[in-house]
Design a protein around this ligand. Structure first.
Ligand code: ZN
Length: 275
């Protein structure tokens, strides 16, 4: 199973489970995550969701090179903001697919009516950031690191372009311009992470926090989450992301026109070797 689900008291634990590939996200994983989140939302006994990654790393990003890469496959679409991509070509195909499995699904998850905590260890890279950023709180351990190196592909950041809102515009530029790995302590300084703890305290810290939040009234939490999310949207996050999604696809199209493919010929190995 690409995603596992368990209940620990009032907390639902949703765990990405492709440790061999550092939890690289293929579409199968995206839809399995969506199923797990739905289950947590619909279980009245669940107060809080913890999103975790099995193994040494939270997530190395989108699957751009494992044997189970499934970009050409059709799934039962959920975000339904565009048509199915599999019968399309070129920019039409890319825009349809990324509208559904990247931007559309991440927005759905950000708006889940229950608080979600991302519990991050090891790598949280590119598409991995999108999952951590969908969560309301981020608890990281000291060895966690964060990076969005997709500017190396000539692309202005991952599809869910939350950077300026989750770390502020100036740090967002440093983060993107350099593509460097940012350690958890620095991410906390930037306001992107709530807490940083030693690796062996990560679970205890996260679940203690989850248990505490779960004692609050469920409807009150849902309204509070919505209140803060609405404030974030009033700061331009939603419309900002929409406008950057266009730039993102201009970059994909440019790459497809002038280089080997829409990722400028980069793959998981080349991206890893250079980071
Ligand atoms: Zn893209």
């Amino acid at each position: 199973m690409t995603v596992s689900y368990e209940r620990r008291g009032a907390t639902a634990v949703v765990t990405m489970n492709r440790p061999k590939y550092r939890n690289a996200q293929n579409s199968a994983m995206t839809y399995a995550l969506d199923d797990a989140f739905r289950r947590a939302v619909e279980d009245d006994e669940v107060g809080v969701i913890v999103l975790a990654g099995s193994g040494d790393h939270f997530s190395a990003g989108h699957d751009i090179g494992t044997p189970e890469r499934d970009v050409d496959q059709s799934f039962d679409r959920r975000a339904v903001v565009w048509w199915d991509h599999t019968t399309r070509s070129g920019g039409d195909q890319r825009f349809a697919r990324e509208s559904e499995v990247y931007l559309g699904m991440c927005r759905r998850w950000r708006e889940l009516p229950k608080p979600m905590i991302a519990m991050v260890q090891g790598a949280c890279i590119a598409g991995g950031l999108m999952l951590a950023w969908c969560a309301d709180l981020v608890v990281a351990c000291e060895d966690a690191f964060f990076a969005d190196p997709v500017v190396r592909m000539g692309i202005p950041g991952v599809e869910y372009f939350a950077h300026p809102w989750v770390m502020g515009p100036r740090f967002a530029k440093e983060f993107l311009f350099t593509g460097e790995r940012i350690p958890a302590a620095r991410a906390k300084e930037w306001g992107m992470v709530n807490r940083v703890v030693p690796r062996d305290e990560l679970e205890a810290e996260t679940f203690t926090l989850a248990d505490r939040i779960a004692t609050m009234p469920q409807f009150g939490l849902a309204l509070t989450k919505k209140a803060v999310n609405q404030a974030e949207d009033l700061m331009g996050m939603r419309s900002g992301m929409d406008s950057v999604f266009g730039l993102h696809h201009l970059a994909h199209a440019h790459n497809a026109e002038v280089s080997k493919d829409s990722l400028a010929g980069q793959d998981a190995r080349s991206m890893r070797d250079e980071s």
